[in-house]
Design a protein around this ligand. Structure first.
Ligand code: TYD
Ligand code: MG
Length: 494
């Protein structure tokens, strides 16, 4: 007897499947999204065609199914050679170019420059064909953008098609007409859809289904596919990151939109190192690759509240500037803000300064930021934040080029960072001295100052620093009161 088809229900938002209908999807909690799908009771033959039963087995089949890997020397084959992009920054982050057949997810907040970066790659070399799915902008808008980038490469092919099957079919036909390597850029993943699903573009089921189709296409045609996706500042929003496990590479493009600096990071890379970063600046004519020192304002003297640090982001050493402003608070609850570093560290660092350094912030507003809108993840930035807070609090200016790098413990101890030698070598090129937590063995380097704990750090700052004018807030307020009293006396008589 022929097997009876079974009834199942699938959520149109998250793809969860159930054996009965419910008003609310138990997986994603959406109401009214379960729709009936009919599946045959047994799997059709087509779905199991790659599996071989013992009975079917003939001596020639195993080698067709089970393959041995090639030695490294075969990596010169066109299908495994990495594609250059003409943009050294992104090439380095990818581990030396794009691997054919790789599925790459690039996330970033809207406006950070994701489209610009890939379109710019298309302008940089003429060997590779770039197929660009313009899901967010019209062709006219892209025309204006390319004018800003200054060139219209003949190898850039743009489409407004967004239904995934139609898109891949047309690309499949187009690829037959061109010679040379090709890259598909889907800008953005949230705007493409599979018409066989009822869910709207951008829903999780659409993202998953389309990504799976792109993955299949990339692997069978050996072309890299870039899926661009918008994520929120936290980078964790349900959406593009939902498919991170499906893709080979996850890139994150980040930066504060009020500043021109951008960091490109790789969070996952099946074909290269992770954690590699590239620094860019958004200019009027596209993105400019930066060297680490381009980020730093040149200073010989450090006003109160300013401290430099040498941090390690991925493979790269970065000199960064921390700025802090500590002022008297006029609010019942003093203001606190830390931009560019884990904001949960601010109350901890303030508590450490209060408990172990006797600096009291209870009546003071505290604002801290990293110059240039950078976001730093290296925990050894703690020490520069402590110095910026302390010098702003004490109104101390520091002479000399010091880079403060070390993690602060809750006991008030200062811990040295990893790779001290590499940091010292890097700093010496720019004439900086490293100040860090105490190392277990005393370090012989003359350009290194080690300070055991917060108390030593504050004593050292007071010794090195000079009191800055204008005088501390309280005194200035007193003088202004005196001035107004004098004025009052002059106007109204003694
Ligand atoms: P875009 O690449 O569209 O960002 P995303 O794709 O991540 O949403 O970049 C948008 C911003 O970049 C927009 O504010 C305009 C600016 N921009 C420049 O400053 N210079 C340029 O050359 C280009 C092309 C864009
Ligand atoms: Mg865009």
């Amino acid at each position: 007897m022929a097997p009876q088809p079974t009834e199942r229900y699938r959520c149109q938002t998250c793809g969860h499947e159930l054996g009965r209908w419910l008003g609310k999807c138990p997986s994603c909690g959406e109401w009214g999204t379960l729709q009936r799908i009919t599946t045959p009771a047994s799997k059709p033959k087509a779905q199991t065609r790659n599996l071989t039963t013992a009975r079917d087995l003939t001596p020639s089949e195993p080698t067709a199914i089970w393959q041995t890997l090639h030695s490294q020397s075969t990596s010169t084959q066109p299908t495994t050679r990495r594609l250059p992009l003409g943009e050294p920054g992104i090439e380095e982050v990818l581990g030396g170019g794009l691997v054919p057949g790789a599925l790459v997810l690039m996330g970033g907040t809207p406006g950070v420059g994701k489209s610009t970066l890939w379109l710019q790659c298309a302008t940089r070399q003429t060997q590779t064909h770039f197929f660009y799915v313009a899901g967010e902008e019209s062709i006219d808008q892209l025309q204006i953008r390319m004018q800003r980038l200054g060139t219209f490469p003949p190898t850039l092919h743009i489409t407004e098609l967004r239904e995934v099957h139609t898109l891949l079919e047309s690309l499949n036909n187009y690829l037959k007409t061109i010679t040379g390597p090709a890259i598909l850029i889907v800008d953005s993943l949230q705007t493409v859809w599979d018409e066989s699903l009822e869910a709207p573009p951008g829903s999780i089921i659409q993202l998953r289904t389309c990504s799976a189709l792109f993955q299949q296409f990339a692997k069978t045609h050996h072309i890299p596919i870039i899926l661009i996706g918008h994520v929120t500042k936290a980078g964790t929003v349900a959406g593009p990151m939902e498919i991170a496990h499906l893709v080979d590479v996850v890139l994150l493009f980040e930066g504060d939109l009020r500043h021109p600096y951008r960091i490109l990071r790789s969070l996952k890379n099946r074909f290269g190192p992770t954690g590699t970063i590239a620094l860019y600046e958004m200019t009027r004519h596209g993105l400019r690759l930066l060297a680490a020192e381009d980020l730093l304002p040149a200073r010989e003297h450090f006003p109160p509240g300013v401290a430099h640090s040498i941090v390690q982001e991925g493979n790269r050493m970065l000199l960064v500037e921390v700025q802090a402003l500590v002022t008297r608070s006029y609010y019942a609850t003093p203001q606190r803000s830390l931009i560019g570093y884990d904001p949960r560290r601010l109350p901890v660092l303030l508590a450490i300064l209060e408990k172990h350094g006797r600096l009291f912030f209870g009546q003071r507003d505290v604002f801290v930021q990293i110059t240039g809108g950078m976001r730093i993840t290296d925990a050894s930035l703690d020490m520069a934040i402590l110095v910026a807070l302390a010098t702003s609090y004490m109104d101390l200016a520091l002479p000399g080029k010091w880079a403060f790098t070390g993690e602060a413990g809750l006991t008030g101890e200062l811990l040295p960072p990893s790779s001290i030698e590499a940091r010292i070598r890097y700093l010496q090129r720019w004439g900086y001295h490293l100040v860090t937590g105490a190392t277990p063995a005393t370090h012989p380097d003359q350009t290194l100052t080690t300070l055991k704990n917060i108390r030593h750090l504050l004593a050292w700052l007071q010794k090195q620093g000079t009191a800055h004018s204008p005088p501390p807030l309280e005194k200035r307020e007193d003088t202004s009161k005196q001035n107004s009293r004098q004025q009052h006396q002059q106007t109204h008589g003694a």
